[in-house]
Design a protein around this ligand. Structure first.
Ligand SMILES: Cc1ncc(COP(=O)(O)O)c(C=O)c1O
Length: 481
């Protein structure tokens, strides 16, 4: 007896295996949360697996290399895409489900909006709650992106200034390497409301977590010595440029010790990139995109808010009918629009669970591969990595040859464009300002990413492009503005 079989999952845990016809035969009414079809062609295979634990099927149910390539066949095959960090990726199977949701809405919008949308969003929120070890689904709101989540939290702080709960001159603290758009948001909401901003500076390349921790302690101490009451800390989980995994748990602890009122972790690169555990991290607010490393289409993110009572204080910047009903409900209706990206979280998780050890397995393989590729490139160019392997997750900074003459942010942008247009390599470049007295400083670092679709060839292509530039005697001065 062979045929098609289905592994039934509850969240990411495989529960049992049934032949595909069983639900009809048994007249099962409720669908399992997730199903993964498995080809199984012999009795031996079935008996073998059922007589052992169905939790660990021995036959190869995992996604194969060729299936991975076909899931991403829509990627431009002429481009070595080693920049998953910027915009993420979405496999074909999730795109199909996205389109099904879009059609469902277009077919009967009233039925969809009144009967399906909120149920679907709740299902996504429940999955996220379990994945990040939150206490309650009401702590989770689904929003468009990390930028929106930042606006929600900072608007809340700005009102505290406006309503006199915080005094002018009270401060917020952020890393010097905070994301550019987040810094602008801080300017728009906090500086304008009368708040001061303390920046935490540390050197890049960074050699250890302790360098970050001690810089953070120093910045808080300096702020306090200047008589500043610190109301909010905005801490990146993984900085964007340069990309470094920040010891957030430790920094949150320090904030608690030092009496910082609230802590917000900006983890635009969090879920699918590094371990995300709300109880472990202990922040008040935490946001992560799902479209970067969780295989969702653009755009969808979550904002975690510790304790439901706090969710009542926060509001979505786009006010609609649900105003005042708590952030998760406000965020689930911000006017007429396409919400399909909010509904595909279960499908993205199904995709992830086709890999051995699911999300943990993907993260480990991406981490190991990106470190290996980073070391290979740094060795070829006689440079270094921007941080030790334990401070990177699925992205790593690799020093570029000094002779490329990267001497400004504009140069790094031009070089990135040149690599795309002349060599078909997509990789962001970071300009690092040299310090006084540095001999032959490395001023340019490439941020390479690794995601499941990447191959060694992608990194070889990048290496070949840079080698070619070096042989040609290229410098950034050759590139026009
Ligand atoms: C640290 C950080 N914060 C915020 C963002 C903004 O993310 P999004 O554009 O998806 O809102 C990014 C984007 O890369 C980021 O790296």
């Amino acid at each position: 007896m062979g045929g098609r079989w289905t592994i039934y999952y509850y969240h990411r845990f495989p529960l049992f295996l049934l032949p595909n016809q069983t639900p009809q035969i048994l007249n099962l009414k409720s669908e399992p949360l997730f199903q993964i079809p498995v080809a199984c062609y012999s009795d031996h295979c079935l008996n073998h697996n059922l007589s052992h634990s169905p939790i660990k099927p021995k036959f190869s149910s995992f996604i194969t290399d060729s299936q991975i390539q076909s899931e991403f066949a829509h990627h431009d095959q002429g481009v070595a895409r080693i920049n998953n960090g910027s915009f993420g990726c979405c496999p074909a199977s999730v795109i199909t489900v996205l389109q099904q949701w879009q059609l469902k809405y277009l077919r009967q919008p009233d039925h969809f909006n009144y009967n399906e949308l909120q149920k679907g969003i709740l299902k996504s929120r429940t999955i996220i709650k379990d994945l990040i070890n939150a206490d309650h689904v009401d702590e989770i709101s689904v929003v468009d992106n990390a930028t929106t989540a930042v606006a929600i939290v900072l608007q809340h702080t700005a009102w505290a200034f406006a309503e006199g709960i915080y005094e002018k001159g009270n401060a917020i603290v952020m890393l010097h390497y905070a994301y550019g758009a987040v810094k602008k948001s801080i300017k728009a909401y906090i500086s304008r409301a009368g708040g001061d901003v303390i920046e935490v500076h540390f050197k890049f390349p960074v050699n250890s977590k302790d360098e970050v921790i001690s810089a953070f302690r120093k910045a808080l101490a300096k702020g306090k010595a200047n008589g500043k009451r610190i109301r909010l800390a905005v801490i990146d989980h993984i900085t964007s440029m340069p990309s470094i995994v920040i010891p957030v748990k430790k920094l949150v602890e320090i904030c608690r010790e030092e009496g910082v009122d609230q802590v917000f972790v900006d983890a635009a690169h969090g879920i699918g990139c590094t371990v995300v555990d709300m109880k472990e991290i202990g922040a008040d607010f935490y946001t992560s995109n799902l479209h970067k490393w969780f295989f969702c289409p653009p755009s969808v993110a979550f904002l975690y808010c510790r304790k439901w009572s706090k969710c009542l204080d926060l509001h979505h910047p786009v006010v609609s009918h649900e105003y005042g009903n708590g952030l998760p409900i406000e965020s689930a209706w911000v006017g007429t629009r396409d919400y399909s990206t909010y509904l595909v979280v279960p499908s993205a998780l199904e995709f992830i669970n086709r890999f051995e050890n699911g999300m943990q397995g993907i993260m480990k393989r991406n981490h190991d591969a990106v470190v290996e590729m980073g070391k290979m490139l740094a060795k070829a160019w006689g440079t270094n990595l921007g941080c030790p392997p334990e401070m990177c997750a699925t992205m790593v900074m690799v020093g570029l040859p000094a002779c490329l003459g990267i001497s400004s942010e504009n140069d790094s942008l031009k070089l990135r464009t040149h690599l795309r247009e002349r060599f078909g390599v997509e990789v962001p470049i970071y300009y690092r300002e040299p310090e006084d007295g540095e001999d032959e400083p490395i001023t340019g670092y490439a941020r390479i990413s690794h995601q499941v679709y990447n191959k060694v060839d992608d990194y070889q292509k990048f290496r070949g492009a840079v080698d070619q530039l070096v042989v040609d005697g290229f410098t950034c001065t050759h590139l026009l503005d």
